[in-house]
Design a binder for this molecule. Structure first.
Ligand code: HEC
Length: 222
């Protein structure tokens, strides 16, 4: 083949350019994003995860929660996420810069969890609620197909010992039985710390116009 080298170089250059283009465009759009300082109180957003919550992030990844839960709130005009109280606003790229692995997810068998730790949106969702949901999902959400993660808990016989202050209280038939207590393991505690940290409370002024562009044109606003 006479033009073998030219053909090879041509193909190489085309592939190399498209690869670089893909990488550089993404870097230009997202790579330069940094935390935003709220001028009113000098707090930087998104706030970094605490150490325990960061361990919980790995548990979340490990257990494959992404197979049923997304972490991306669609902007107004692109679905009913805001009405469902999955967020106060749509998600922006900047929300994810603290995450080493982004758990955007793709199927929603369960609710979106991007703001599941926001007590403003879900006043019922405290740590106790998350523990009950993980140990016995039906005790807080009857009929749900969220699986039980009982292996994240130790069921101890009390055997005359002082009950643990970390033991969770379970209703009726979900209770472990007289003389026993259910205590979250370190993994469960880390996972729940992660879930409680999931919230995007700050609306960056720099991104707000992206939301406005996505929203459908208001009636009479010509
Ligand atoms: C087979 C699918 C499935 C998997 C896997 C799954 N979930 Fe769920 N999850 C659900 C469903 C369905 C619900 C809705 C429960 C209801 O009816 O309120 C839910 C609800 C939740 C909620 C409550 C949200 C709220 O606002 O009430 C949290 C938190 C949650 N899941 C966390 C997790 C975590 C953490 C994992 C991984 C350890 C996980 N889920 C794995 C299906 C799943």
């Amino acid at each position: 083949m006479k033009n073998g080298l030219a053909l090879f170089l041509g193909a190489f250059v085309i592939l190399a350019l498209s690869w670089a283009g893909l990488l550089l465009t993404a870097h230009q759009q997202l790579g330069s994003l940094s935390q935003y300082k709220d001028p009113t109180d000098d707090v930087l957003y998104p706030q970094p995860l605490s150490g325990v919550a960061d361990q919980g992030r790995l548990v979340y990844q490990d257990l494959g929660c992404v197979s049923c839960h997304t972490q991306q709130v669609r902007h107004e005009g692109f679905g009913s996420d805001i009405e469902r109280k999955w967020g106060l606003r749509g998600s922006y790229a900047r929300d994810y810069i603290r995450d080493n692995t982004v758990f955007i997810g793709q199927s929603r068998l369960g609710p979106d969890l991007r703001n599941t730790g926001s007590l403003e949106l879900h006043p019922y969702a405290d740590a106790e609620y998350f523990y009950k949901l993980l140990y016995a999902p039906h005790s807080v959400a009857p009929g749900t197909n969220m699986p039980a993660y009982t292996f994240l808990f130790d069921v101890h016989p009390l055997a005359g010992r002082q009950p643990s202050d970390k033991a969770i209280s379970l209703p009726g038939k979900y209770a472990p039985g007289a003389g026993y207590e259910v205590v979250p393991t370190l993994r469960a505690r880390a996972l729940v710390a992660y879930l409680m940290s999931l919230k995007d409370p700050f609306d960056y002024p720099t991104e707000r116009n992206l939301n406005a562009a996505a929203a459908p044109a208001k009636e009479g606003a010509h």
